[in-house]
Design a protein around this ligand. Sequence first.
Ligand SMILES: Nc1ncnc2c1ncn2[C@@H]1O[C@H](COP(=O)(O)OP(=O)(O)OP(=O)(O)O)[C@@H](O)[C@H]1O
Length: 906
Amino acid sequence: QQPPAGDIQHQGQLPDDPAGKNKKKQPPQAQLWPELDDLESSSDSDGVSNSETEEDDDPESRCLLLQDVNSPLTEFLAFKQEAAMGRPSAGPEESAKPPSPLLVVMSHLITFLEHYSQMQRLQGKAQEYRNQLRQEERRRRKQLRTLRGAYRQRMRDKLSLIGSLEIVINEQQGMLERLQSGAIGQMLPVSPHSPVGVHKLVESISVLQGERAQLREEIGGLKQDIEEKEREKETLSCTLQQQIEELKVKIQQREEELSQLRMEMGVTDSEKRIQNLSVENESLKQNLSVTQGLLERMATVTAQPPAHLMKENEDLRNKVQHLEGSLQQKVEQLVLTKGQVDTMQWCKEEEIRHMDEKIQGLQLSLENERKKPPHVEYVTKTLEIESPTMIRSMMEAEERNRVLLSQISCQGEKCQKLEDRLKESEDLTTNLRVKISSYETEIEKLKHELMEEIHHLESQKEEAIKEASECSEQHLDHLKEQLAGVQSRLASLQPLLKNMKTNYNSLRSQVKNFSQFYEMSIREAKKQICSAITDVSESNKDLLAKYQREVQLRKRYHNQLVELKGNIRVLCRVRPHSHNNEEEGSLTSPITIDMNDDTRLSVFYKGKEKNFELDKVFVPQAKQEEVFQEIEPMVMSCINGYNVCIFAYGQTGSGKTYTMEGTLENPGINQRAMQALYKEMEARKGLWHYTVSLSMVEIYNEVIRDLLSKDPQEKLDIKLNPDGSGQLHVPGLTSTEVNSFRHIKKLLTLGKKNRATFCTNMNERSSRSHALLTINISGKDLTTGTVTTGKLNLVDLAGSERVCKSGAEGERLKEAQNINKSLLALGEVIQALRAKQGHIPFRNSKLTYLLQDSLGKGNKTVMMVQVSPSEGNVGETVCSLKFAQRVCKVELGPASRRIDPGSINI
Ligand SMILES: Nc1ncnc2c1ncn2[C@@H]1O[C@H](COP(=O)(O)OP(=O)(O)OP(=O)(O)O)[C@@H](O)[C@H]1O
């Protein structure tokens, strides 16, 4: 079964070393074949004649025989051997490289084949042991046959002995009968014959005894032989059992090795191959990333063959396992059959033992018989002497003979039974033989099948190896092609890489230069931008100056126009949303301010949009400063002898006090006006001399109270000046002359303190009274002596909300009614002024009466309408704006300067 082995061995030897001196250098598979050859020769020695064995041992004929069988396996192994031999001759660079995946696969295949051949060698050894077992079986069968022959011979001897004994017994019986039936007379003639019969009997008994002794000796010898055979059989069976156990262990080990190999072939091989491929991939990646895709394809292609080989290997392994299993079954059957044969032998031996025991019994009975002759002799002698005694003794002898006969018949029956048993055992033996022969034929058949299967597997293995080698070659070619392609691509890409490198270097230098260039250009651009910005800012400054000049001009013209017309200037300020959203509802406002025209605003009220046009509308974000700037010229005009009245109008909480008084951080019109006036007076110092006096009153429930008085509860009244100038006069009113802005601030704080404030539902700090700050400025032109008297009324009116909405009751209701009355009176005065009526009802309320000289003809009046941005106050907002709209149309005529030409005339 191992023809390629010799071929390999011959191929593995060097031509100048035919004796195989270089065996140590050969790979392990080359050293394996001599062992297999030995095994082959030993296994064949059983079935093949000596001449055939001699022929096989002949190296020339063997070489010829092996050279004919040039299987793919031999080619494959030769290739591997060549590769193994050629490897050391390779250069150091090549040896450093990792082995090719194909070589790794081949080496693994060869290791697998080595293990497979080792397994076959073990199978051969098993076959050898089987042959030895068969030989032993044959020898045992031969011994059994001889034993059976001896046994049969002994049985025949025994039967013949029994037959002769029967003859003797019959003769004795006949004699006894004759003795019994014969008369005394006849006894005498018989008597001469009697000693002859007795002698014969004695002789036959002695012969029988001799034969018995001989038989005993033979039986003893046979027993010893049987015991020896038994011992031999036991030792042989023990050794065979041990050998079988060893074989089983070896087969188990081989199976484990085979499973390990399978695992190695299945997992380690592929892993190693993957590692190798990944190493190759990595090296190629480092060289050029473009070839990565190609290498991955290589990896996928290389992953196909092992799967095919592995499947075939798996099939082969399964078949081998199947055959091993069937072999194991056969061995077990053989062991079972041996056990059966042993039990049958044991049965036979038991029978033989019984027979021997019976024979011993017979011998004992024969000895007893032998002991009898003296008694018979005595009996015959006494018969001769004493006939009655003889007769008696004869009778007794007859009796004994009868007993003996019965015993003999029993013995005959027993013999018959033994014969039957012997026949049965013979039948059993023949059956067993038949069974053994059938088992032998079956074993032969199985062996044949096994050999066929092995042969078939061998052929399959060869085919698989052939296919694998073909596939490997194809794959190798493919890989070579791919490698060539990759190399060519690499060669073509190298100049490209060089170009790219040069490009990269040039780009790098460009980038370096670019950064410098970039910095320079940025600096340049910055310079340009800075110069442009300075140009623009300068031009802007010019433009701004022009614009401001234009604005100033426009304002001057407007003021001139207003002055010429004498209109009450109406300004509107929209308060920003307060933090108290609960009071105001949502943050959405019904007021919309036209951002392109600061004189217009619209209020969305009762589903309609109401538009209002005033002199100026301040957005909620407007600062105190902006508001003051708008009225500053009017305020400053009082320094030139004009009466100016600025009053804040609007519902409670709309921001009147904020606009007029302001806060500490953000002062309102009052403080700013004082500051501006003092600044101007300071500027005119040396040219003009001014005297400033300040008074503060509160009109609460139509009662005038002096806020700067030591007794603020004192009620004041308005009277005509007794000097006959027709001017109004409030007797008892404190008019404090002030000399500095700090002094004014102190007085303002005092007045604020004295002002009555009450809390209502609408505003937590609601002033329920009208506050009037009056500044009288008297200036004297130091050059001309001209005296001017101007008056500035700064009025913070009480809230204009409706009574019902404020929820006022009792005292509060009275307050609200009075407030409404004074505001109504203000409205009537405005209406009368607007209608240019002859009578203006100033005296309808204390407020209008007090403001008479400021609201009338020739005065400058500014109305600051404060509105709330909230949706909830939209009604009041509309009312306030309607009132403001009416006020807007009032023409007071050109303002008249109160100037008194001095004594010095220019
Ligand atoms: N333009 C504004 N900017 C910031 N806060 C404002 C503005 N206007 C008004 N307020 C604030 O709104 C609240 C109510 O304002 P203010 O007291 O001036 O209303 P009022 O009309 O004088 O009320 P009353 O008639 O009850 O005296 C105050 O807390 C004030 O600070």
